[in-house]
Ligand binder design. Structure first.
Ligand code: ADE
Length: 220
């Protein structure tokens, strides 16, 4: 979100900027480390485009997708963090052909793994900052999920703890490019659905940017 990138961009030293396929990439030193930032836009297509451009153009050692998410797990409330253990695509469905729901043909898996050391570091940072966090499967799809039945379905199909609209696409692009990837999402909505989202998206986006700043500050 723009709000998150503002918080991070304001800390960039030696800042540069370039535009690729309509996405604005800003780079420089973030707490002394080379970093490139981008707002990928909404949905899996924009997210994949942004991740692929980022990897091909800047060859990052790792990619972190941050943002907000809806809670699927009863333990997660607005303001808590969800750190991905794996990413799934909840609206990929070739089950009429005999595949499991969410099957990524070609990669022949449902779950795209995420980087373990980065995810553990992100969880440690949350703990140090006193922010509640849970690690688990993040489910992405081109759908704002607020109906309880759909939430239950996604949770039951994938054992997912949170849902959003970009993480899996970014994880898939990173996976095929052998680039380590982590997903860090702050919960912006739970049972209150779209109403929660409108009230809390700013707070949630600010929280995830805060955790990411601390991560960069601590990174070697
Ligand atoms: N991003 C934040 N909340 C979401 C939700 N409930 N569904 C999809 N994407 C989201």
């Amino acid at each position: 979100m723009d709000l998150e990138i503002e918080r991070l961009e304001s800390r960039l030293a030696e800042r540069w900027e370039e535009q690729i396929s309509g996405v604005r990439f800003t780079g420089g030193k973030l707490f002394g480390k080379d970093a490139v930032l981008a707002v990928c836009g909404i949905g899996k297509t924009f997210a994949a485009l942004c991740a692929e451009a980022m990897i091909l153009r800047y060859a990052p050692d790792a990619v972190i997708n941050t943002g907000v998410a809806g809670a699927l797990d009863g333990e997660l409330s607005v303001g808590d963090m969800a750190v991905g253990s794996a990413a799934v695509c909840h609206d990929m469905d070739t089950s009429p052909l005999g595949d499991p729901i969410g099957w990524i043909s070609g990669l022949n898996t449902v779950r795209i793994p995420l980087d373990v050391p980065m995810s553990e570091e992100l969880l440690d940072i949350c703990e140090r900052l006193g922010v509640r966090a849970k690690r688990g499967v993040i489910a992405s799809g081109d759908q704002f999920v607020c109906e309880n039945g759909r939430k239950r379905e996604i949770r039951e199909n994938f054992s997912a703890i949170a849902c959003e609209m970009e993480g899996q696409a970014i994880a898939q692009v990173c996976f095929v490019n052998k680039t380590p990837c982590a997903i860090l999402r702050c919960i912006s909505d739970g049972a209150g659905g779209a109403m929660d989202y409108e009230s809390f998206k700013k707070l949630a986006a600010d929280n995830s940017a805060k955790v990411l700043c601390a991560y960069f500050e601590n990174a070697r």
